[in-house]
Design a binder for this molecule. Structure first.
Ligand code: URP
Ligand code: ZN
Ligand code: ZN
Ligand code: ZN
Length: 475
């Protein structure tokens, strides 16, 4: 049935204006003033923003990691995402050495297809790049529409790939039109620092941060940037946390390189002192890279505003405090890395960013949705409000004030990393391809209604760095 969202303030990455949006057969069919309501269901959005649905370019749903499996699967994770204003997630499909790539992708299809309540896609992890993998990759890119490849420069002895693998992946990506994503930390040095800390009896969660210093993130980011320059390829650095890494990205972008960066809500609002919380509670705040000293938050906000960083990913990777995080009691290196963030990504960026004057409303939309759509081959199907685009829409009431809490969140975990945070604004209704998933703050969607998205190759829509851009803010 046709729907018309009436009298909302429509916000895209470029414009802010009051109007009506008509939706039919899953897409936006008309935008204008006083659209004729005949035969349509009317949704009153007066006083609300009408945003394109959020795109979360970085999630780990139902993922085996750190001796356990993430607590949110494609059902609970995408329900929580929808509550939070996100209508598309791109999840990381893991691969193991020797495994046929198609088998890995099929495993991820099985995890997601009857469960997701919003649309989803996959990035593909590259763990090795021998002739067999080289032969398989072009077919996966073509047949599955997976146009982003992930290389881990950390997690030695599990996910970490060597520099040769990263280099070859960049070459293949250049040839095939894919975007290479890196987890940029120097895994070899970290491994050694962890051994030294444990040998000295330093086993508490804070040592997770102290054994992964920002220099090792900056070093790996710079190394990846040079390899990208050498291959004339394209690179996206996930979960950037610190001035050292932002500086490397800004420097590369000034040279005109196609290098992009993402940060996450946790790095914008939490800091390293959280790992010192008593009674092992610091384990709740164990991410890799780790939370940093607080002053880095300003650097990250400046980088988002100036364009050195383009996106925000949740890096949703949830583990319960009881029964999962506590695997690391007495040994910080066994704490499963990651946290529950998929639901609050949107509201934290709005409240801490727009409300506090750090970014504009249009920049908010760009960071939360449009840039990811452009970088990951989904634009203009996703990432904007335009005639012909998918009707993925968030009706957001900026006047609501609320407190984030595990008591009221929808993620399948026993804590919230942003517990007690006061935020302004809330998604009240969320539509995926024209159908309500959240209606007046109630979930009305259906498991399995989310569609797998084949994505276009890395292309002209991707935001181009300019050699003359003033980038990097304070760095
Ligand atoms: O601590 C984190 N970030 N966990 C998720 C896995 C990753 O490195 O992205
Ligand atoms: Zn309908
Ligand atoms: Zn990572
Ligand atoms: Zn991640």
């Amino acid at each position: 049935m046709k729907k018309i969202i009436k009298n909302g303030i429509i916000v895209t990455a470029a414009d802010t204006y009051t109007g009506d949006v008509a939706l039919e057969n899953g897409i936006i069919t008309e935008i204008g003033l006083n659209l004729l309501a005949e035969g349509a269901e009317i949704i009153d959005a007066s006083g609300c923003y009408v945003f394109p649905g959020g795109i979360d370019p970085h999630t780990h749903l139902d993922m085996p990691f750190g001796g356990t499996v993430t607590a949110d699967d494609f059902e609970t994770g995408t329900i929580a995402a929808a509550y939070g204003g996100t209508t598309t997630v791109i999840d990381f499909c893991l691969t193991t050495k020797g495994q046929p790539l198609q088998q890995a992708v099929d495993t991820w299809h099985h995890k997601s297809q009857d469960k997701a309540v919003i649309d989803y896609s996959f990035h593909l992890m590259v763990s090795e790049l021998n002739d067999k993998v080289l032969g398989e990759l072009p077919q996966i890119i073509e047949n599955e529409g997976i146009t982003s490849l992930k290389v881990f420069m950390a997690y030695k002895n599990t996910f970490q790939a060597d520099d040769g693998t990263l280099f070859k992946t960049l070459q293949v990506a250049k040839r095939e039109g894919a975007l290479v994503m890196v987890h940029a930390e120097n895994g070899d040095v970290i491994e050694y620092l962890v051994e030294q800390a444990l040998a000295a009896g330093n086993t508490d969660p804070i040592y997770h941060a102290l054994t992964r210093p920002p220099e090792l993130e900056g070093e790996a980011t710079g190394r990846a940037a040079y390899l990208t320059e050498l291959t004339d390829s394209q690179l996206y650095v996930v979960h950037v946390t610190c001035a050292e890494a932002v500086g490397k990205i800004a420097e590369a972008r000034k040279k005109g390189l196609r290098i992009y960066g993402e940060t996450c809500p946790q790095y914008l609002v939490l800091d390293q002192t959280a790992l010192e919380k008593p009674n092992f509670e610091g384990a709740k705040y164990v991410w890799s890279p780790p939370l940093r000293e607080q002053w880095n938050q300003d650097v990250l906000w400046d980088a988002l505003w100036s364009g050195s960083l383009q996106t925000i990913g949740s890096d949703q990777c949830s583990f319960n405090f009881k029964g999962q995080k506590d695997l690391g009691l007495g040994d910080f290196s066994k704490i499963p890395n990651g946290g529950p963030t998929i639901e609050d990504r949107f509201s934290i960026l709005y409240s801490e960013g727009v409300q506090k004057g750090r970014i504009s409303l249009n920049k908010f939309v760009d960071i939360i949705s449009t840039s990811s759509a452009k970088l990951f081959g989904l634009f203009p199907q996703k990432g904007t409000i335009a005639v012909g685009s998918d009707a993925d829409i968030v009706i957001f009431d900026p006047s609501i004030e609320r407190t984030i809490s595990a008591e009221s969140h929808h993620m399948n975990v026993d804590y919230n990393a942003f517990e007690g945070f006061e935020v302004k604004g809330e998604p009240v209704s969320v539509l995926s391809r024209g159908e309500f998933v959240i209606r007046n703050k109630e979930f009305v969607g259906k498991a399995g209604s989310g569609k797998y998205l084949q994505r276009k190759r890395f292309a002209a829509e991707a935001p181009r760095p300019s050699k003359t851009a003033i980038s990097g803010g304070v760095v």
